[in-house]
Ligand binder design. Structure first.
Ligand SMILES: [Zn+2]
Length: 278
């Protein structure tokens, strides 16, 4: 048997051994989901491809990988493909059906200064967005999160995820996090274990903190009054990272909390539900 045939046979055998399942079965734009992979060879790096996004991971026998359907993902079929190192064809693939979801619309009337940006403000906001996008797209460190993701502060969710917003009649971008109302000074806690990867003042977000939870998962906390941790700090789930405030573009004390999974905008409330079932 020549080397090439041997390699192909090895790939086929490996393909037969590796299994992949996705839960939950019903998904829509903004849904997180868990990919459970079995039959992994210890010490080997595997790659999952979904929606033009790539995630590398390792496992001993099995692995649970958290992914999500981006808020802007079109309806219809898509597939999640698992690749082994050095093998061009996928070891296995699972197709998913992305269902349509009717996110509500919100019409707000606000003073002009909240709606219209000066050219300098617009320039600043766009620069900051590019910087944040770089963070979300770059690092794919090992898993730091464990168990369930928790609500960072208890309070009424005033604006849920995905809401289509109209300011003074003008359509704006959809809401990519949840707004939680709270008293100024109330501690805000880390949703899970991770490393603080951004701490600073943003035009829209005000005093903001981002936490890297590993494997492409980030949480963000906007409109804080004060910070309780420094950039680079290792934080534990439930640890205070800041305090509710009204910094940035916001009409009153509240926390904007957002989740990115491998560069996809995900509904935090669905993430709490998915990870608490485990
Ligand atoms: Zn918000």
């Amino acid at each position: 048997m020549n080397f090439l045939i041997g390699t192909v046979l090895f790939a086929m055998l490996q393909g037969h051994r590796v299994g992949m399942t996705v839960a939950p079965a019903r998904l829509h734009p903004g849904s997180p989901f868990m990919v459970n992979v079995s039959g992994l060879v210890t010490g080997t790096t595997y790659t999952i491809e979904f929606d033009k996004r790539t995630l590398h991971f390792t496992g001993s026998g099995t692995a649970a990988v958290l992914l999500g359907v981006n808020l802007g993902h079109p309806e219809g079929e898509d597939s999640i493909e698992l690749y082994g190192k050095g093998i061009a064809a996928p070891l296995t693939a699972v197709s998913i059906d992305v269902h349509s979801h009717d996110y509500p619309s919100q019409y707000l009337k606000l003073p002009k200064k909240f709606v219209e940006l000066t050219p300098a403000e617009l320039k600043r906001a766009m620069h900051e967005q590019r910087e944040l996008d770089k963070i979300f797209a770059s690092d794919r460190t090992a898993t730091l999160w464990r168990g369930d993701f928790i609500l960072p502060v208890h309070g009424i969710i005033t604006t849920p995820f995905g809401v289509k917003r109209f300011l003074n009649g003008e359509p704006r971008s959809a809401h990519t996090g949840i707004d939680i109302a709270g008293k100024a000074g109330t501690p805000v806690v880390a949703t899970n274990d991770g490393i603080v990867c951004f701490e600073g003042n943003l035009f829209f977000g005000g005093n903001s903190i981002l936490i890297n939870h590993g494997q492409g998962i980030y949480s963000m906390y906007f409109h804080l009054g004060k910070y309780a941790v420094k950039n680079g700090a290792q934080v534990k789930k439930g640890q205070a990272i800041g305090y509710i405030g009204d910094t940035g573009r916001v009409t009153g004390p509240s926390l904007h909390f957002g989740i990115r999974i491998v560069d996809s905008k995900i509904d935090p409330e669905l993430l709490f539900l998915l990870t608490s079932k485990k």
